[in-house]
Design a protein around this ligand. Structure first.
Ligand code: XMP
Length: 326
């Protein structure tokens, strides 16, 4: 039997009861697989790796070593949430690496989108590799592979996760959610007690804000992007759009225009709002954001974010645009 194929008889996990049953089975099977060995996990804070972490903590506790690499391109509060939830609440064996300077130094003056992606992906593997080399006796590598990753790995869609790890790592894989669809992973995550803000997160690309800070990334423009994005998310939460829109974010391009603030000339970057709906990310339509919400977001971003003096709305569907704006 190919254990990468979901059996037809496998029931879709839609309730807490079914999730609890799945968790109990996986706890047993992980324990049987790893014995008293240690397991390493790259914990990005995304839905899949977070659910795997919570499941493995339940199964093997401190035998799990989680490594969270902050590449400096996370959204506001994300690394802090990983530390709070896993380091403190779940008392995980968590290694936190703030590699912001490494990434931003390497990305300095690099404007070409693919080159930026390659640098971020390559450096991620390097940092993770260095950490793994410092640890002794690790025989297993846990991954948040989910069923669509297996279905799509046949070349239909290039797998472009930054978390792709070095192939020469000689470790056996532990992939407890590999037969689950995303909605099931979320139900399991909730049953494991993870907060909704982690379990129902919108998709976020592995290279993070790096693909939304257009052109060559600078620290000041990245900081402006992070703040503006946090305001957009807050306002979408408040007006109920957060639960309705598939993906929404800010992109900040690398040019300035003249504005006026406090009766003085104020040059700043524009913040571009993008909010799209899709089912499979292959095509996407634009969400119609009510004008009062747009005005509120604009007022807050221009008043609260240093360096931003305009707010623009991207109305481009996919195709012709991509979902990301890079
Ligand atoms: P595009 O921009 O290609 O994006 O229309 C389609 C979906 O994929 C997400 N995306 C990524 N996800 N690693 C990821 O895990 C990546 O490198 C990456 N790049 C894009 C994007 O956010 C959208 O949901």
């Amino acid at each position: 039997m190919n254990n990468n194929v979901r059996p037809d008889t496998m029931e879709r996990i839609t309730t807490k009861e079914l999730a609890d049953k799945f968790i109990a089975e996986q706890v047993e099977s992980v324990r049987a697989q790893v014995g008293d060995n240690k397991v390493l996990l790259a914990l990005s804070g995304g839905v899949d790796s977070s659910v795997v972490a919570a499941l493995l903590i339940k199964a093997i506790g401190k035998q799990l070593v989680c490594v969270h690499v902050n590449h400096g391109l996370m959204r506001k509060g994300e690394s802090e949430q990983v530390i709070e939830v896993f380091g403190k609440e779940l008392d995980a064996n968590l290694i936190y690496i703030d590699a912001t300077d490494r990434f931003l130094d390497l990305l300095k003056d690099v404007a070409e989108p693919e080159k930026k992606r390659k640098i971020i992906g390559g450096e991620f593997i390097k940092v993770f590799d260095e950490e793994a080399a410092k640890l002794e006796g690790i025989k297993f590598l846990a991954q948040g592979t989910i069923y669509p990753d297996i279905l799509e790995s046949d070349g239909v869609k290039a797998h472009h996760n930054v978390g792709g790890l070095p192939e020469d790592m000689e470790m056996e894989l532990v992939e407890p959610v590999k037969l689950l669809y995303k909605d099931e992973v979320r139900v399991v995550g909730s049953a494991l007690g993870l907060p909704d803000s982690m379990v129902y997160r919108q998709p976020f690309p592995g290279p993070g804000l790096g693909v939304r800070c257009l052109g060559a990334i600078t620290r000041d423009r990245l900081a402006a992007l992070r703040e503006a994005d946090a305001i957009l998310r807050e306002e979408f939460d408040k007006c109920g759009l957060a639960g309705k829109v598939w993906q929404y974010f800010i992109a900040v391009p690398d040019f300035k225009s003249v504005g006026v603030r406090d009766d003085k000339r104020y040059e700043g970057w524009p913040a571009i709002i993008r909010a799209v709906n899709t089912t499979d990310a292959m095509t996407a339509t634009i969400e119609e954001i009510p004008y009062d919400v747009l005005h509120k977001i604009t007022a807050r971003i221009t008043a609260e974010v240093e360096g931003i003096n305009r707010v623009l709305l991207d109305l481009t569907p996919k195709p012709i645009g991509t979902i990301e704006c890079e």
